[in-house]
Design a protein around this ligand. Structure first.
Ligand SMILES: O=C(O)CCC(=O)C(=O)O
Ligand SMILES: [Fe+2]
Length: 372
């Protein structure tokens, strides 16, 4: 009897078909300087008492590092393996011509493929990153042939991220500001217009010349546009965060954990209480240098019509003070902010900033910094 193609085997965790298996590379053995990040056990958010304790821990982590790990998020290692396998198939299992017909040509959003070389890094060198962005409302657009058997798995994944991870975290963040727990949840609906998305990403190794011209930066330092980014931890090192002492530190891979950070929209909604965190991606360490780096994310944003105005009724914000968008009368909504940021990212002319090695641009009256 012949062996069945892997795509015909039902996965153990659900009734969705299993994709051709992607075997992740080994973690690095190089001794890197890692950021010391807190770990949030999300299973403890199921009781009120647990929620209060976690809210304090999340608040502290957001202030100290702006990043934290989440464990016990309800996704099994097999489900995580399947989603990385689907991510890999999105890049390796679709030919270039078909990719082109699923590539968004507009400047403002990246639904579908983002081809390599869209963003200028430095000295004439562009990125070597491919994206495939999938709005949580999967059926808004068609998807390449190879992905069609797995749309249910991706849909389940989006819903899991949204309802079982994003919403519980948003509740903890609201409680940290002494606001009703559903304050931020109400601004992050699954079904209203908005751009919260699953994103697959693949970084390809670069030439020695490209590494030298960009000082090994693969994705320039930035803050995320939306509210909360959920990054599914993967073994190829490269992500670094800017610590409060001004040093870039590596983020360590933790098996089946999530790496969570705040973006600009959350910073605005919270008047600066949860700052968006600077991070970047650099060339992996020597033992991972020739391996493509596969990523899976859930990028969340408030609904398109949400005005990015701080929740000034929070007793915590009233006590601690809050920053407003530079022009309070003209606070943008999420859609305006998203379109302005994505249209200019990696394309707009940047001016030298006040800090060394930092460039700036002005979007909607707000200074956006780019770190090299
Ligand atoms: O690839 C990573 O680890 C981070 C990517 C990232 O920061 C982004 O896409 O905004
Ligand atoms: Fe990012």
């Amino acid at each position: 009897m012949g062996t069945l193609p892997t795509s015909n085997i039902l996965s153990a965790s659900n009734t969705n078909p299993a994709p051709p298996l992607y075997i992740p590379p080994s973690s690095t053995t190089v001794d890197l300087e890692y950021a010391d990040l807190a770990t949030i056990d999300l299973s403890k958010a199921s009781t009120h008492e647990g929620q209060i304790k976690l809210a304090a821990a999340v608040c502290q982590a957001m202030k100290a590092q702006g990043f934290f790990y989440v464990i016990n998020h309800g996704h099994t290692p097999e489900q995580t393996r399947d989603i990385f396998s689907i991510a890999n198939l999105t890049f390796d299992g679709v030919d270039p011509e078909e990719k082109l017909s699923y590539t968004d040509k507009s400047d403002e959003v990246y639904d579908g493929y983002k081809p390599k070389k869209t963003w200028l890094i430095s000295d004439g060198v562009h990125d070597q990153i491919e994206h495939y962005n999938i709005n949580r409302n999967l059926y808004k657009r068609a998807h390449p042939q190879a992905l069609r058997p797995y749309l249910h798995t991706i849909e389940d994944f989006a819903k899991h991220n949204h309802f079982n991870i994003l919403h519980p975290i948003l509740k903890l963040l609201a409680l940290g500001m002494e606001l009703p727990e559903d304050t931020l949840v109400k601004q992050h609906n699954f079904s209203l217009p908005g751009h919260t998305s699953v994103r697959f990403m693949k970084y390809y190794p670069r030439s020695v010349e490209e590494e030298s011209k960009t000082k090994s930066v693969w994705l320039k330092g930035h803050t995320d546009i939306g509210s909360i980014t959920i990054l599914w931890s993967q073994p190829v090192s490269g992500l670094q965060i800017l610590s409060p002492d001004g040093k870039w530190r590596w983020v360590r891979h933790v098996e089946n954990a999530l790496i969570v950070n705040a973006g600009d929209a959350l910073e605005f909604l919270c008047g600066g209480f949860y700052p968006s965190t600077r991070h970047r991606v650099v060339q992996p360490p020597a033992d991972q240098r020739n391996i493509p780096r596969l990523g899976v994310f859930y990028f969340s944003m408030p609904d398109d019509d949400v005005k990015l105005f701080p929740h000034g009724d929070s007793p915590v914000l009233q006590k601690e003070g809050m920053t407003l968008f530079s022009n309070a009368e003209n606070v943008p909504d999420m859609e305006t902010w998203r379109k302005a940021r994505t249209a200019s990212y990696g394309r707009a002319a940047l001016r030298p900033g006040k800090e060394n090695g930092v460039e700036e641009e002005i979007i909607n009256g707000v200074v956006v910094k780019h770190y090299n």
